[in-house]
Design a protein around this ligand. Structure first.
Ligand SMILES: N[C@@H](CCC(=O)N[C@@H](CS)C(=O)NCC(=O)O)C(=O)O
Length: 217
């Protein structure tokens, strides 16, 4: 039986592929693993059945036989360890790629998400205008450092890997992506990731879910 992932029944991003099921779909496509998707509503995510899978009541989750996982990083690392194509064979290179996965999730994504959240929920607060430049500067500081390290390379460490998959996924979030014009090598890097056939298949599949949800509402 194919593994099952969960995704939003009606994604708030309106099909732009910004929810974290997108990165898991992309990884599944990269390794050529067929999968099924169970769509969940916001209400269902907070119900016991889903909480048994994901203690924080979120998507994505991943079920394969007896194994149930949550956290996009853990799911993608699991896929990368069990299939060819997302982790190098050399142990040191493998360790570095895992390092890039953590860097994407722990170092680059948090300031981007913080800026995104502030714009969503703090825009009408008296402190927002004072805080906004600081939030932007924090994102820029990560983009600047990443841009310097990437230089003219195609990918972060040798061939395309789970580290790139995670980093490109994180950089696609609008609160970072809208600044990428100032970091041309990162803009090209993200476009290179998005152009991969596996990314395009994953994107089309999540878009189809959104379009179907629009037709039924
Ligand atoms: N660190 C988690 C974050 C998961 C997460 O924030 N999921 C969002 C969708 S992208 C979600 O389910 N939001 C709804 C909620 O938190 O109620 C991961 O990488 O999987």
């Amino acid at each position: 039986m194919a593994p099952i992932i969960t995704a939003f029944e009606a994604s708030p991003d309106r099909g732009r592929g910004l929810a974290r099921d997108m990165r898991v779909r992309w990884a599944l496509e990269e390794v050529g693993q067929p999968y099924e998707v169970r769509l969940v509503s916001f209400a269902a995510m907070k119900q016991p059945a889903h909480l048994a899978l994901h203690p924080f009541g979120q998507i994505p989750t991943f079920e394969d036989g007896e194994l149930a996982l949550f956290e996009s990083g853990a799911i993608i690392l699991h896929l990368a360890e069990r299939h060819e194509g997302l982790l190098p064979a050399d142990p040191d290179a493998r360790a570095r790629v895992i390092g890039w996965m953590f860097a994407a999730l722990n170092t680059v994504e948090p300031p981007i998400v913080e800026r995104e959240q502030a714009r969503l929920v703090e825009r009408d607060k008296p402190w927002f205008d004072a805080r906004a430049p600081m939030l932007e500067a924090r994102v820029r500081s990560r983009l600047e450092a990443l841009s310097r390290r990437l230089g003219e390379a195609e990918w972060l460490d040798g061939a395309f890997s789970a580290g790139d998959l995670m980093m490109v996924s994180v950089l696609r979030r609008p609160a970072g992506a809208e600044l990428l014009a100032d970091y041309p090598n990162l803009a090209v890097y993200v476009a290179r990731g998005e152009a991969r056939p596996a990314h395009q298949r994953a994107f089309a599949d999540q878009l189809a879910v959104f379009e179907a949800s629009e037709r039924t509402t």
